[in-house]
Design a protein around this ligand. Structure first.
Ligand SMILES: *Cc1c(COP(=O)(O)O)cnc(C)c1O
Ligand code: SF4
Length: 461
């Protein structure tokens, strides 16, 4: 049953400027408060009354995972950066001086994912389509300009650059029109993945302007919506004034034969611990949507197997489908969150062992690297030498998908670009944005890709 509760809790954002209104603020140690004040000048900070009041366990602060997920921490900046900003705060420096330092530090943190900006932007009649990315043949990513913020900001998020200097809003209808024209020219695309920020920040009326035109595109089978709202503001699907309208839109799409998949960003089981969070999943499912769960694996937040097993089990109980465990790379505070790949893999497999087959739909750990989504299958031994076994779950070059390949074992490696081919035969799988065409490998003697073919990439740019 879709349930609409009577009372309507209002969404209240908590940011740097009103943090002292949060009842728990005064209970925090003064050094924690200072860290929030300093670091939030550099990394965007926004949480809300629901996250602070119901998801954070204040008796466990600062270790509490939801606190770590939404509150900036001292160690997220280097000592040097932190001290510089702290000194400016202490002497009440003028705004231009603070801005100069903050912008310089942000550039240092370099949040732009490799290749994203230049390699995946599609074109239509010669024009770049800025709000879109088309990297994998079947799926177009679409960034509606109205969905480029979130109900709370994750401290690890690589999209933070876009929250601090947001572009002007465009007309939803004209963006949707461009998307539909692109899809009609690209019948190979079956999925539109609407992402952000968080598209669920949009009012249902605006969301409708994006979704309805897609219902007439016969080649589209799935409309995916990536969202953290089920965790940060589940009221969006239960008690918000236009929750019913959103659910009706999903029903309408389902009746038109489109699979609406809510790609729920869930990082921790506590995000499913409240009645409203559970009701959100049930409401979405009742409306005909499927709910999937994905998240990066992060130090301080979900770096143990039990957390993941609990998350997947709780999700499956509600009818959600575990989908991806990601390795996060392009985070401003990368050193704070990152872990060696071998540790991510151990967390994954230890969690996977604890759950039934219905939760084993999850894949990971997976790195969204330049050539594709690289799945760490595990550590193995070849001819007495340790190696990472890997595969691509998605690739720019479809022929690379699901061919096992190997990298030299490196216990410290945290990302694909630190890995080296185990042997010459593995070299074609290690592709950089700048790479020239890779050497030919005869498919009759090796199951590896014929890599000499001219990359088809140009047609997807
Ligand atoms: C992950 C991803 C997709 C979707 O991949 P699926 O495996 O189909 O979920 C599409 N585009 C980009 C750029 C991605 O990173
Ligand atoms: S909800 Fe998603 S886009 Fe928003 S801050 Fe978190 S990870 Fe980033």
């Amino acid at each position: 049953m879709i349930q609409h509760a009577q009372e309507q809790p209002r969404y209240r954002a908590i940011t740097r400027s009103n943090i002292n209104q949060l009842p728990q603020w005064e209970t925090m140690d003064s050094d924690l408060r200072r860290a929030v004040e300093v670091v939030s000048l550099v990394l965007p900070f926004r949480t809300n009354a629901y996250v602070a009041g119901e998801l954070i366990d204040w008796s466990r602060v600062p270790e509490d995972p939801m606190f770590q997920l939404t509150f900036p921490q001292r160690e997220m900046l280097t000592d040097e950066h932190y001290d510089e900003v702290a000194r400016l705060v202490d002497r009440d420096a003028p705004k231009p001086e603070i801005d100069e330092a903050v912008n310089r530090i942000r550039l240092d943190l370099n949040p732009h994912p490799a290749g994203q900006m230049t390699h995946n932007v599609p074109t239509l009649a010669g024009d770049d389509l800025d709000g879109m990315q088309h990297k994998y043949r079947e799926t177009v990513l679409f960034f509606p300009s109205h969905g480029q913020t979130c109900h709370a900001y994750c401290t690890f998020c690589f999209r933070w650059a876009q929250f601090v200097g947001m572009e002007g809003l465009k007309f939803a209808s004209s963006e949707a029109d461009t998307l539909v024209r692109y899809l009609r020219k690209h019948p190979e695309v079956s999925d539109v993945l609407i992402t952000g920020g968080d598209p669920m920040i949009m009012k249902s009326k605006i969301m409708r302007q994006y979704i309805e035109p897609l219902l007439d595109v016969e080649t589209i089978t799935s409309i995916r919506i990536g969202s953290k709202a089920p965790a940060y503001w589940p009221q969006r699907f239960v008690t918000d004034k236009d929750a019913g309208d959103l659910l009706a839109l999903i029903e309408q799409a389902s009746e038109r034969g489109k699979n609406v998949a809510i790609m729920g960003h869930y990082s921790h089981p506590v995000e499913l611990s409240t009645d409203v969070a559970r009701q959100a999943v049930l409401n979405l499912r009742s409306a005909g949507a499927t709910v999937r769960m994905q998240s990066p694996v992060l130090r301080h937040i979900n770096d143990n197997a039990k957390t993941w097993a609990d998350l997947w089990r709780t999700g499956v109980g509600l009818g959600a489908v575990p989908y991806y465990m990601f390795v996060e790379r392009d985070t401003g505070a990368r050193r704070y969150f990152e872990m060696p790949l071998v540790r991510c893999w151990n967390i994954f497999r230890n969690a996977y062992q604890q759950v039934s087959g219905l939760a084993r739909t999850v894949r990971g750990p997976s790195m969204s690297a330049f050539p594709g989504k690289c799945h760490v299958l595990g550590v193995t031994e070849i001819g007495g030498k340790q190696a990472f076994a890997l595969e691509f779950l998605q690739a720019r070059e479809p022929d690379l998908v699901r061919r096992p390949f190997f990298a030299k074992y490196d216990p410290k490696a945290t990302w694909y670009d630190q890995l080296e081919p185990f042997s010459e035969a593995d070299r074609p799988f290690f592709i950089k944005p700048s790479d020239a065409p890779t050497p030919t490998i005869d498919l009759t003697v090796d199951n590896r890709p014929a890599a000499a073919r001219k990359s088809r990439e140009s047609s997807w740019l």
